[in-house]
Design a protein around this ligand. Structure first.
Ligand code: XIL
Length: 450
């Protein structure tokens, strides 16, 4: 099929996609009992890498469709899969994944346009000028085919070396085109699909180190010069040699502070049982604590198809049973549904409850800081919702340790990272309000918990 025809038919399905997304959203509002719906409750997506070859396996597809709200083709959009010989594009396998995702109302992350690995053999021998032309044509070919259908693209993957130097990795692109190839790829990508978020993606950049510092400097430079970059992906492949860094959250936050979204793009953590579950909790909590961390993707549905299957690094075992890590992620996302989960409406004796109390913690002529303390009742809770009604003149300029949504002057606040509370335990969120002539106190409504 010619590319033009394919592109038109892809665009024609857009209406159906929107309808499917609405159905998914309506479902998630009822019960946050899956990874995708719980993450949606936190304003995030929860995705997985997918292989087209497994979509025909009913348990694989059922688990994927039930739990995940985003997919990343694991190999099907890479250069060797999409342009095996120059100028001749094949999209069959990638289209299967995109079509499946759209039929389920899932987002698609595009992975990846320019990478030193999984390159077809015709690319490396090209001379500089020819390589530049080929790189731009590859970006245009892929992004053109999926124009308007990809949530975020990993425009450039793994361009920095491991180890202490912070140097660029040797690759045909780096060696022949120099440092500027990354900028050129991003500029070409922006023009090819202005609606897609454009990400730089890498591994061993999850904590602060020489490599992440080098990426940080590049992103800062791009932002200062107007080079189009929207997001940074942190692959987050962890094991005992490369554990979840203690400064993970801080590192995500410093990138976010540059004015880009951050995403956890290829999460897997080798291990098992409660230790693995605890590591997964750390990752989810770090993302939820950073308001610009827009979503998380695990690198596969089931351990049996993981690229590191020996390390059993995923959330479902080889028989699609939920592992302890699954429960930990669901609970960290504020979800409810696992047997024994305090928020599971099906559990006997479920009595999740909370109270909310307000105090003014700082006051000045034009404004004040308010704090709302949430205290769990007699049972542990995995999420809470509190409403705060402000006097009509007042406006809130910032809010921390909570996620607000607004309706008129009523602010509904849900947890950012602090949904899970033991019985009787407390957390609080704070906000800064401008008085605009009214010094009256806000009213705090009923607290609800799950
Ligand atoms: C891996 C896939 O999972 C494997 O199936 C394939 O054989 C090699 O690539 N960083 C990336 C991913 O950006 O594309 C890689 O995926 C894993 C490391």
């Amino acid at each position: 099929m010619s590319m033009i025809v394919r592109r038109l038919s892809r665009a024609a399905t857009a209406g159906l996609v929107a309808a499917a997304a609405l159905t998914a959203a309506a479902h998630s509002a009822e019960a946050a009992d899956t990874l995708g719906s719980a993450a949606a409750g936190q304003g995030r997506y929860f995705g997985t890498a997918v292989a087209a070859s497994h979509l025909g396996e009913s348990d694989y597809a059922a688990t994927l469709d039930r739990e995940f709200s985003s997919v990343t083709p694991e190999n099907e959009m890479k250069w060797d899969a999409t342009e095996p010989s120059r100028g001749s594009f094949t999209f069959t396998s990638a289209d299967r994944i995109v079509d499946h995702a759209q039929s389920q109302g899932m987002d698609v992350r595009g992975h990846t346009l320019v990478w030193h690995s999984q390159l077809p053999s015709w690319v490396s021998p090209l001379g500089a000028q020819d390589l530049r032309t080929a790189m731009n044509a590859h970006i245009n070919g892929l992004m053109g085919h999926y124009k308007g259908e990809i949530h975020s693209w990993d425009v450039v993957n793994e361009a920095f070396q491991d180890g202490g130097s912070g140097a660029r990795r040797s690759s045909p692109f780096q060696d022949k085109l120099g440092d500027g190839f990354i900028e050129e790829a991003f500029r070409t990508a922006r023009a090819a699909d202005p609606a897609a978020k454009l990400c730089y993606n890498d591994y061993n950049t999850d904590g602060v180190n020489a490599k992440s510092n080098a990426v940080y400097d590049m992103v800062k430079d791009f932002k200062s010069r107007g080079v189009p970059i929207d997001c940074v992906g942190f692959q987050s492949h962890f094991n005992s040699n490369s554990p979840v860094p203690s400064d993970y959250r801080h590192n995500l936050q410093r990138f976010a502070d540059l004015g880009v979204d951050v995403q956890i793009t290829e999460l897997d953590i080798e291990g098992s049982g409660s230790a693995q579950a605890a590591d997964y909790t750390k990752v989810v909590e770090a993302c939820l604590a950073v308001s610009r961390c827009t979503g998380m993707t695990v690198w596969g549905v089931t351990d049996k198809y993981s690229w590191r299957s020996g390390g059993t690094p995923l959330l479902f075992d080889g028989d699609y049973n939920e592992k302890p890590a699954y429960g930990a992620v669901l609970s960290a996302l504020g979800g409810s549904g696992g047997p024994g989960d305090p928020g599971d409406p099906g559990d006997p004796g479920d009595g999740a409850s909370c109270t909310a109390t307000y105090t003014r913690t700082a006051d000045w002529s034009s404004g004040y800081n308010g704090q709302v303390t949430i205290t769990a009742g007699a049972e542990p809770i995995s999420s809470w919702t509190a409403t705060v009604t402000l006097p009509a003149q007042q406006s809130v300029s910032s809010l921390w340790n909570g996620t607000p949504t607004w309706s008129g002057n009523v602010m509904t606040v849900r947890p950012s990272w602090n949904g899970t509370l033991a019985a009787g335990a407390s957390t609080s969120f704070g906000f800064t309000a401008a008085k605009n002539g009214s010094d009256a106190a806000p009213t705090v409504g009923t607290c609800t918990a799950s």
